[in-house]
Write a protein that binds this ligand. Structure first.
Ligand code: BEZ
Length: 214
């Protein structure tokens, strides 16, 4: 069964570079980015995993745990980690799952045989603390992902989960947001007494809400 937005992220037990984990328990009350890469000791993956290690403080700030996966062994992951540190200038600071038997890859649909026979493609899932799937993206092996975009989406998903707003095209944290269509003008007047800017009755911009201003 294909995984879809809003579904419960499947739980699993797995071997990782930081020992055996039970996924939901490992997540605890955090958000999670679960991502697959095709293969250890490959060039694009080396740059991706290094960049994620550099960006880890940004994920930490958003209460997001990172965990990677491929069908390689823990031994290979650990050996390759040395190359990542040497070439990318940063040590791996999050676990990598060794999914030798494709258990997790099958649960999450990470193997696309018509694109890449038995290896995982570049799948990525953002999972909320209640374990539901909030974002899914799939990139081909030849294209490295843009993890700034993942942080941008996490900012949007975390904001729109808390307030009745949506974020417009190319939005970044700190920029104006859109009042949800489900919010009537009457309700909006209570929520935003300072007003909003309406380009159309359904296209109403307000400052990004925060605990101090909403
Ligand atoms: C890479 O990471 O560079 C890569 C991995 C598998 C297939 C093609 C490219």
């Amino acid at each position: 069964m294909m995984l879809r937005l809003g579904d419960m992220a499947p739980d699993f037990e797995a071997e990782t570079t930081e020992g055996r984990i039970w996924f939901h328990q490992w997540m605890g009350d955090s958000w999670c980015v679960l991502f697959s890469h095709p293969k250890d000791f490959t060039p694009v993956c080396t740059t991706e995993l290094g960049m994620l290690a550099k960006l880890k403080p940004e994920f930490d700030r958003r209460n997001v745990k990172i965990i990677g996966l491929s069908v390689d062994s823990v031994e290979d992951h650990k050996l390759w980690a040395k190359d990542i540190e040497e070439t990318q200038g940063v040590a791996l600071n999050y676990p990598l799952i060794a999914d030798r038997k494709h258990v997790v890859a099958d649960l999450y649909g990470m193997i696309h045989p018509n694109a890449l026979d038995t290896m995982t493609v570049r799948s990525l899932f953002v999972i909320a603390p209640n374990k539901t799937v909030k974002l899914m993206i799939t990139y081909p092996a030849s294209t490295g992902r843009n993890f700034d975009e993942i942080l941008r989406v996490i900012d949007s998903v975390q904001l729109t989960q808390e307030y009745k707003v949506a974020t417009p095209v190319n939005w970044h944290h700190g920029e104006d947001v859109i009042i949800s269509p489900s919010v009537t003008d009457e309700e909006a007047r209570m929520r935003y007494p300072e007003g909003w800017q309406a380009q159309k009755p359904y296209l109403r911009y307000v400052h990004e809400p925060s605990p101090h201003r909403h």
